[in-house]
Design a protein around this ligand. Structure first.
Ligand code: SF4
Length: 298
């Protein structure tokens, strides 16, 4: 099977930094002495490699013994978490992505300037749960929110968004807010360009292939968003974590497949998947398939 790769795909600098920080902490403090507060990144394959090297994980700070190191993941944490960790006598290793820190600072600044802060994002996502801790009150909205009920009337509204959302989605949400009677609305752009580039590359690739594969953790928000965008574009799209989940029906009758990966998917997961996909014999062609596409060589 012919396989074309998205130009921008896989590990972003924030995830690379988080993995490096975890590895360095294990080298400095020793296996068993570094405990991540939740999965370091949303990729089970990378997390299990780190676990093999001695990283453990908990959801509860109190379970970590004094003197050990707590690793704050790339999604960041609320300010109380840092205070609590210090109070428990833990050494803090902070792997929060700089762009998540930018969103945290934006929320704090908007509150200090007197805006009622609104975050466009998934209220259950760890990044959002952390970021909203940087102001006493933040209203979180997503596409399912009834803005009439969710948004209180305040003269001044300050808006940020979850880093992994698409610009289109955020623009649509902001448009819905702007038709309401706020006197002043301040927007701080907290979107991650790494994610936006991956989304644009995936959408461009959709035009060249018959089927798309988006590799990444099933809980990874940026991977899920890419899957949603590719499907919205009308291309058959499969969200898989590894080559082991690839089944014959996904490629039946297809000649050209596109592959991309979320920001927490390492290159070795992509390489294994591409190797398996390329080995699949080409079936009869689909008359609806896009034609005349250029072959990428990256
Ligand atoms: S996707 Fe963007 S915000 Fe998230 S860790 Fe990577 S660089 Fe940071």
């Amino acid at each position: 099977m012919e396989v074309r790769l998205a130009k921008s795909r896989g590990f972003c600098f924030g995830v690379e930094d988080a993995v490096e920080i975890a590895e360095r902490a294990l080298a400095d403090h020793g296996a068993g002495n570094v405990i991540a507060l939740g999965p370091v990144i949303h990729n089970p394959q990378v997390v299990s490699r780190l676990e093999e090297r001695g990283l453990s994980q908990t959801g509860v700070l109190e379970r970590i013994e004094a003197g050990k190191s707590v690793l704050i993941r790339s999604h960041g944490a609320r300010p109380e978490t840092y205070e609590e960790a210090r109070g428990l006598g833990l050494n803090i290793v902070d792997a929060t992505c700089v762009l998540v820190k930018h969103a945290q600072d934006a929320v704090r600044r908007l509150h200090e300037e007197g805006y009622h802060v609104v975050m466009i994002g998934d209220p259950n996502h760890p990044e959002v749960r952390g970021v909203i801790g940087y102001a006493p009150v933040v209203t979180v909205i997503d596409e399912g929110s009834d803005l009439e009920d969710a948004l209180p009337y305040r003269e001044r509204l300050g808006i940020v968004a979850q880093t992994t959302h698409s610009p289109e989605h955020v623009a649509q949400m902001i448009a819905k807010i702007l038709v309401r009677p706020y006197k002043e609305v301040k927007i701080i752009n907290t979107l991650c360009l790494e994610v936006t580039r991956r989304q644009e590359s995936a959408l461009a690739l959709c035009d060249e292939v018959e089927v798309m594969f988006v590799l990444g953790g099933l809980k990874s928000a940026n991977t899920r968003e890419m899957v949603r965008l590719c499907r919205e574009k009308g291309r058959e799209t499969h969200h898989l974590e590894t080559h082991e989940q690839l089944t014959a029906d996904m490629t039946a009758g297809k000649r050209v497949a596109g592959v991309t990966a979320g920001a927490s998917t390492p290159e070795w997961v992509i390489a294994e998947f591409v190797e398996k996909l390329r080995a699949i014999p080409v079936g009869p062609s689909d008359p609806e398939a896009p034609s005349g596409a250029l072959l990428r060589t990256d």
